[in-house]
Design a protein around this ligand. Structure first.
Ligand code: 5AD
Ligand code: SF4
Length: 455
């Protein structure tokens, strides 16, 4: 009888991709997907460590799974608990000490070895196995081809790890050094995704624009060139990439925003702070004005480019003047959307040891001010879309019958009531209304747009 695995994903899109690949890796062992831990034989928590309390949340989730496991054991049924992702990487053996009922602890670079880990866990019940190595060979070489159903909007990992060592960030420690997949491997996987129904692909990497993949000719390709290659795939209507570092935005990639129609005019380009002193202590290796100039160049290449960013408030030593500089930067750039966080000390990172940690209340006040500015910008951006006709790629059924949900070029969710829409359609839609986090519109032409529609 088929076994059932429930994979619960926390955190970023990279983890969403990794979870799908873990499902592929476990499929040959007879595992099919379960919707819930309660009707699974194995549970994988694919964890995120980026902000505070991540590990504590996982331990309390594990407490619930422990009770489930005990019930199963009493009934004589197998129940495996695996923890994967960045908390697994960061905790390693410690996880088995705190939660000895966990069967497998598997870092993000080791999940292609899950079948062996499952075998070892079964052979030594109650012992727990840990694999948090950073193997010399890429896990991608060992992952099976995916045959799972593919949604209209797909994610594809092209790069992993980060060499930037921003002083607040755990990623260089949990995901390891930067590594890029070879061009041919990426293009082949993208083709297969399109053959299985993908119409949009988001290229993923912790620092995706640091991509330097080996090309078919042995030379190194940057992300701009890779995007040019992917844009040739028939049936692939849209490309996006995330997350980028301002320092790795090279001329080729900027040119891709000008030249590649399939590359959508929406870019998540985290700046974290608008203060040069804070940027320096964050080890971001650029000044606020460098970022302004970069955005100017991007907008010269693609005038309708909409921007998104990440911000951290209350980084150690951040003064009122530093924070004001962040507000000024936000006012200058004008964001369509953004994420902002209170600084949270991550053990083992340099900033956690810095003096002048900012009091919680100051962080909260700054976050509220920044978020209200960003909220206003997002509302303005959404309202400015009302009355425009935009190509919408429909990727999900809506909540009501006859309703479909799609994405604008700027990644805004768009609701349309129209029973003739099929998933995968790219249709011109007139935007009628803007809500805080989504738009609503009407299809203006019944014709399904089969060819590329420039945004
Ligand atoms: N505290 C607060 N925010 C953080 N981020 C990363 N590390 C921290 C931290 N220690 C935020 C950054 C990053 C996003 C993914 O998470 O803004 O861009
Ligand atoms: Fe973390 Fe900085 Fe690397 Fe982004 S660029 S993953 S914030 S170290």
């Amino acid at each position: 009888m088929a076994k059932r695995v429930f994979i619960k994903t926390y955190g970023c899109q990279m983890n969403v991709y990794d979870s799908a690949r873990m499902a592929d890796v476990l499929a040959p062992l007879g595992f099919v997907a379960a919707d819930d831990a309660a009707d699974a034989d194995m549970v994988v928590l694919n964890t995120c460590h980026i902000r505070e309390k991540a590990a504590e949340k996982i331990y309390s989730e594990l407490g619930r799974l422990r009770r489930l496991k005990e019930e199963r054991r009493r009934a004589g049924v197998e129940f495996l608990i695996a923890v994967a992702g960045c908390v697994a990487q960061a905790e390693g053996e410690e996880m088995l000490r705190r939660a000895p009922f966990v069967d497998i602890v598997c870092g993000p670079q080791a999940y292609h070895r899950l079948p062996a880990l499952v075998a070892r866990a079964r052979a030594t019940p109650g012992q727990g196995v840990v694999d948090t190595d950073f193997p010399a060979d890429s896990k991608f070489d060992f992952l099976p081809e995916s045959h799972a159903p593919q949604g209209v909007a797909a994610f594809l990992s092209v790069q992993e790890g980060c060499d930037k060592f921003c002083t607040f960030c755990v990623v260089p420690y949990t995901r390891g050094a930067e590594a890029s997949r070879p061009v041919v491997a990426v293009i082949d996987e993208a083709r297969r995704m399109v053959a299985r129904g993908a119409r949009e692909i988001t290229l993923l990497g912790q620092n995706v624009n640091a991509y330097r993949g080996e090309g078919p000719d042995g030379s190194r390709w940057g992300l701009g060139r890779l995007i040019g290659g992917l844009a040739e795939i028939d049936g692939l209507l849209r490309l996006r990439y995330t997350t980028s570092h301002p320092r790795d935005m090279d001329d080729d990639l900027i040119a891709a925003h000008r030249n590649v129609a399939a590359l959508m005019p929406f870019l998540h380009l985290p700046v974290q702070s608008g203060s040069d002193t804070v940027l320096e202590r964050m080890n971001r290796r650029h000044a606020a004005d460098d970022y302004r100039r970069l955005v100017d160049r991007l907008r010269a290449a693609r005038p309708d480019l909409a921007l998104s960013s990440d911000f951290i408030v209350g980084f150690p030593g951040e003064s009122d003047a530093d924070f004001d500089a962040t507000l000024r930067l936000v006012a200058d750039i004008g964001y369509a959307q953004a994420f902002s966080f209170k600084y949270s000390p991550r053990p083992g990172t340099p900033a956690a040891e810095m003096a002048a940690q900012v009091p919680e209340q100051v962080k909260a006040e700054r976050l509220a001010r920044l978020q209200s500015l960003l909220r206003g910008q997002q509302d303005d951006f959404n309202r400015a879309c009302v009355g425009r006709v935009m190509p919408i790629l429909f990727d999900r059924p809506g909540r009501r019958a006859g309703q479909s949900l799609g994405r604008s070029p700027f990644l805004q969710p768009v609701h349309v009531d129209d029973p003739t829409i099929e998933l995968g359609d790219l249709r011109p839609v007139r935007i009628r209304a803007a809500q805080p986090n989504s738009l609503a519109g009407t299809v203006v032409s019944a014709a399904v747009v089969a060819e590329r529609v420039p945004a």
